[in-house]
Design a binder for this molecule. Structure first.
Ligand code: PGA
Length: 242
């Protein structure tokens, strides 16, 4: 079953969330979750049937004098199943480096959460032919912290930086090539590659979702802007039904 995860980013209000959630209905044949800003985890304790919950970041630390941080066990207490780690916005704007992303993924797993580990290249890196070397560096840092067995328990999201929020999704051919490359990379390092769900993210909309989800090795999507518009998000969820 595919996984469609909405990434609300730093959007929403109590009223706007209520309206958005009111427009979501259970879709069978696909797993659906929304990753919301921390304060709204409380509001999301009541949510449409079948809708899973996640957060957008987590501390690498478990407890203590870390002002402003939120631990994985706190997220678990609020019913989170997923937490995004290493989103390109966190890497670019908040200095999450490759090793930090690995440690955050570990702290999520240790609390029983499933980290959605994001990887992806910039446009300059793609044009320089460095896609797999960049992904290998990002994934390698996570492998170093988790080891092969635990890496087999994460969800990966391939999110080319140039496709995020740009309205310019990667093409089906580009997605297929990279997802196959990631699957091979995992398998070559002793990870149970077929157990790892690999999502695509970056300008997935109602009108391109079916084409992207039909690509081999695409196990779902991480949806930003379109997850804030109920009919768009619902259409994307339906496109992911097997
Ligand atoms: P987008 O964002 O769907 O708005 O491109 C995706 C993401 O950042 O996860």
């Amino acid at each position: 079953m595919k996984l469609v995860a909405g990434n609300w980013k730093m959007n929403g209000s109590l009223a706007a969330n209520r309206a958005l959630l009111g427009g979501l209905a259970e879709v069978s044949g696909v797993e659906v979750a929304v990753c919301v800003p921390y304060p709204y985890l409380a509001q999301l304790q009541e949510r449409p049937a079948g809708l899973g919950l996640g957060a957008q970041d987590v501390s690498e630390y478990s407890a203590g004098a870390y002002t402003g941080e939120v631990s994985a066990s706190m997220l678990a207490e609020f019913g989170c199943r997923y937490v995004i780690v290493g989103h390109s916005e966190r890497r670019a704007l908040f200095a999450d480096d490759d090793a930090t992303v690995g440690r955050k993924a570990l702290s999520a797993l240790q609390a029983g959460l499933v980290p959605i580990v994001c990887v992806g290249e910039t446009l300059a890196e793609r044009e320089a032919g460095q896609v797999m070397s960049v992904l290998g560096r990002q994934l390698g840092a996570v492998l170093e912290v988790l080891g092969a067995a635990q890496l087999g328990r994460v969800v990966l999201a391939y999110e080319p930086v140039w496709a995020i929020g740009s309205g310019r999704s990667a093409s089906a051919a580009q997605v297929g090539e990279v997802h196959a490359g990631i699957r091979d990379w995992l398998g070559a390092r002793g990870v149970a590659a077929n157990a790892v769900r690999i999502l695509y993210g970056g300008s997935v909309k109602a009108d391109n979702a079916a084409e992207i989800f039909a690509v081999r090795h695409v196990d779902g999507g991480l949806i930003g802007g379109a997850s804030l518009i109920a009919p768009e998000f619902m259409a994307i969820c339906h496109a992911a039904v097997a």
